[in-house]
Design a protein around this ligand. Structure first.
Ligand SMILES: Nc1ncnc2c1ncn2[C@@H]1O[C@H](COP(=O)(O)OP(=O)(O)OP(=O)(O)O)[C@@H](O)[C@H]1O
Ligand SMILES: [Mg+2]
Length: 241
């Protein structure tokens, strides 16, 4: 579903992403790990079509994100690291807007929107303007918008930052649900414990280059000492030292 081929992005002389290649299949939850400034957000911005690559290409559901952006974007849901919402819409209006723009049938919206607002405990504020929402409330609304759409590709950039523990639990359950329904999930995260538990595969990016990829078990074997029962956190810290 997501095919990244020799992707490169430069800012001036600096290579933020350097010759990155990755394949993520339908039903997979891929965890994209790496220290601050490693190139994760840059990569996900290119996958979502909001930033142009300097070299290489990205195919989403077979569509080239640069050559066929509309076809690709129809099947992509993206939650950026800073939640953006239109401040003068209410929570309910925002979900209606997302539903309409992505052609979710009205009957389906009428059933699903109240359900999603309820799941994320936003029903009581669904009539309030989004400018009054907290960071976590905006984040939850964006996640509700993704779930309303049932996308085939979901891109999440540190999706649980700012969420309370209960919402994180809900998010994890729903993430597993959308993957089970056949979506390919690409998630940048610093929460290695969550990556270890949820991701079918992970990649570690370091200074723009992919230094490890595979299942969590495979990546653990890449660190010195091999297989001996170490956490992903220990392995990550060793590989990115
Ligand atoms: N618009 C930009 N202009 C110049 N440099 C940029 C720009 N965006 C990102 N960079 C640089 O590219 C590198 C990668 O940044 P990126 O945001 O992709 O890192 P990240 O892995 O998402 O980090 P974090 O974990 O802190 O979110 C950094 O050195 C950053 O300063
Ligand atoms: Mg980032």
């Amino acid at each position: 579903m997501i095919k990244i081929q020799n992707l490169t992005k430069t800012f001036g002389a600096y290579k933020a992403v350097d010759n990155l290649s990755l394949d993520i299949a339908a039903g997979e939850i891929f965890g994209f790990l790496g220290p601050n400034g490693a190139g994760k957000t840059t990569t996900v911005k290119i996958l979502s079509g909001i930033m142009k690559p300097a070299g290489g290409r990205v195919l989403v559901g077979g569509y080239d994100i640069v050559e066929s952006p509309l076809e690709a974007k129809k099947i992509i849901a993206y939650i950026p690291d800073e939640p953006f919402v239109y401040p003068k819409l209410t929570g309910f209006e925002f979900l209606r807007f997302i539903g309409d723009i992505y052609s979710v049938p009205y009957g389906e919206q009428a059933g699903r929107i109240p359900e999603l607002l309820d799941i994320f405990e936003l029903s009581a504020v669904s009539g309030e303007l989004l400018e009054a929402y907290s960071h976590g409330m905006k984040q939850k609304l964006l996640i509700a918008g993704v779930l309303l759409r049932k996308p085939r590709v979901a891109l999440f950039d540190e999706p649980t930052v700012g969420l309370d523990p209960k919402s994180i639990r809900r998010f994890k359950e729903l993430l597993l649900d959308i993957a089970r329904n056949g979506a390919a999930v690409f998630m940048c995260t610093h929460i290695l414990d969550m990556a270890e538990k949820l991701c079918t595969s992970v990649g570690i990016i370091y200074r723009g280059s992919l230094i490890a990829k595979g299942t969590v078990a495979e990546v653990k074997k890449m660190a010195s000492g091999g297989s001996g029962g170490r956490s992903l956190e220990e392995v990550f810290l060793e590989l990115t030292e």
